[in-house]
Design a protein around this ligand. Structure first.
Ligand SMILES: NC(=O)c1ccc[n+]([C@@H]2O[C@H](COP(=O)([O-])OP(=O)(O)OC[C@H]3O[C@@H](n4cnc5c(N)ncnc54)[C@H](OP(=O)(O)O)[C@@H]3O)[C@@H](O)[C@H]2O)c1
Length: 324
C-alpha cells in the first residue's frame, strides 16, 4: 500500500510517499481501507518534534513512521476477537496513540472506532475526532458554558477552535474568538460575536474579562490569564509548550487557592460517547465540521505546510477520493 512516511523529525520535506507493507490486524483490531483522514496540529507537532511531548516514545527519532490520527473508512478485515464490527462497516475514530492514518490502509482497535452515520460523509466524520472532542470537553465539561456566559477561545480559527465556537454559541454564550488576521471573517462565519487579531492585540491586556477561556495555544504568563478572568472564572489550556503547561500546572493551582479563579490544563480523554455525541450535534444542525481544503494522500506534506504556515481555517482533509 501507499503511505506517507518519515524517519526523522523535521520540516514537511522529510516526508516521502512510499510503498510499504500492508498492516495486519491483531485479534482486537480491524483493518480499514481509508476514505479520509484529517490533519491536526498534533500531526504538525509530531512531524517537527516540538513541543517536547510530541517526542514521547521517540526522543531522537520518531517511534511511528506514519502520522495521522483522525481516520474514516471501510472495514476490510476483522481480528479474531472483534465483536462490534464486520467487514464492510463504515467507521471513524481517533488513533492518536498508534497513528498511521496518512496511508491507504490502517489497523485500529475496535474500541477506538464508532460507526459513521449514514447522513455524514467520510470527510466530515474524519474532521471530528481530535478537534471535536477537545472542544466538547473544553466547552461543555470544563467550561460548563451556559446562556449569557462570556467565553473567549484563543486559537479559535483552527481545528479545535472551529468546533469550540459553534459549541459555545449553541450553549448560548457570548463568544470572542482570537486568531490571526486571515481568520477573523472565518471565526465570525462560525458565530463568534467578537474577534481579536492576535497579531495586533493581546486579549489579556485590553481590560476585558471572561467567565471561561479555552486556550488552544497557551504562551502567556499565568498572571496574564488570571487578569483576563472574571471573579470565579475558569481558564483551561489545551496546547502550548511543555514549560508553559508545567507553569500552568504548578502556579495555576496556587492562583486558584488564593483567588478562586481556576487556571488548569485540559487533559483530553478520547472516548466513543463524545464522538457519537458530536455526530448527534451535527444531525441536530448545531455543529458542522468546518473544512477549509482537501488534499490527496500524495500532498500530505503540502497540507502540513499549509497548517504550519498559519493558513488553515478549521480542518484540512486528506481525501482518498482525490487520489483517484
Ligand atoms: N491537552 C490534550 O489532551 C490535547 C489532546 C490533543 C491535542 N492537543 C493539542 O491541542 C492543540 C490545538 O489543536 P488544534 O488542532 O485546534 O490546532 P490548530 O488547528 O493548529 O489551531 C490552533 C490555532 O491557533 C492559532 N494561533 C497560533 N498562535 C496563536 C497565538 N499566539 N494566539 C492565538 N492564536 C494563535 C493558529 O493560527 P496560526 O495559523 O496563525 O498559527 C491556529 O489557527 C495542539 O497543540 C495539540 O497538540 C492537546
Amino acid at each position: 500500500m501507499k503511505a506517507v512516511v518519515y524517519t526523522e523529525y523535521g520540516p514537511p520535506d522529510v516526508l516521502r510517499l512510499k510503498e510499504v507493507a500492508m498492516p495486519t490486524p491483531a485479534d482486537d483490531e480491524v483493518l480499514i481501507k481509508l476514505e479520509a483522514a484529517s490533519i491536526n496540529r498534533s500531526d504538525w507537532e509530531g512531524l517537527i518534534g516540538k513541543p517536547l511531548y510530541a517526542r514521547i516514545g521517540g526522543l531522537r527519532k520518531p517511534l511511528r513512521h506514519i502520522l495521522g490520527s483522525d481516520i474514516a473508512g471501510r472495514i476490510q478485515a476483522v481480528g479474531a476477537n472483534v465483536k462490534r464490527f464486520q467487514v464492510g462497516d463504515e467507521v471513524f475514530g481517533d488513533i492518536l496513540w498508534r497513528k498511521g492514518g496518512f496511508a491507504e490502509y490502517v489497523c485500529a482497535r475496535e474500541n477506538s472506532l464508532v460507526p459513521k452515520p449514514a447522513g455524514m460523509t467520510f470527510e466530515q466524520v474524519a474532521a471530528i475526532p481530535q478537534a471535536g472532542v477537545i472542544a466538547l470537553q473544553g466547552i461543555r465539561d470544563k467550561g460548563q458554558v451556559r446562556p449569557g456566559r462570556k467565553v473567549l477561545i484563543n486559537g479559535a480559527g483552527g481545528g479545535g477552535g472551529s468546533f469550540a465556537i459553534q459549541l459555545a454559541k449553541s450553549y448560548g454564550a457570548e463568544v470572542t474568538g482570537v486568531d490571526n488576521t486571515g481568520k477573523l471573517d472565518f471565526m465570525r462565519s462560525l458565530g463568534a460575536d467578537h474577534v481579536i487579531d492576535y497579531t495586533k492585540e493581546d486579549f489579556t491586556r485590553n481590560g476585558k474579562q471572561y467567565d471561561f477561556i479555552l486556550d488552544l495555544i497557551a504562551h502567556r504568563s499565568v498572571f496574564a490569564y488570571k487578569r483576563a478572568l472574571r471573579p470565579n472564572g475558569r481558564y483551561y489550556a489545551v496546547g502550548g509548550s511543555v514549560a508553559m503547561l508545567l507553569r500552568i500546572l504548578i502556579l495555576g493551582s496556587l492562583i486558584s487557592a488564593v483567588t478562586g479563579k481556576k487556571i488548569r490544563v485540559l487533559a483530553v480523554q478520547p472516548n466513543l460517547k463524545d464522538l457519537v455525541h458530536l455526530t448527534k450535534l451535527y444531525e441536530a444542525g448545531k455543529v458542522v465540521p468546518a473544512i477549509d481544503r482537501r488534499f490527496p494522500l500524495s500532498e500530505v506534506p503540502e497540507a502540513l505546510r499549509y497548517l504550519g504556515e498559519g493558513h488553515a481555517k478549521g480542518k484540512l482533509i486528506i481525501s482518498m477520493e482525490k487520489n483517484a
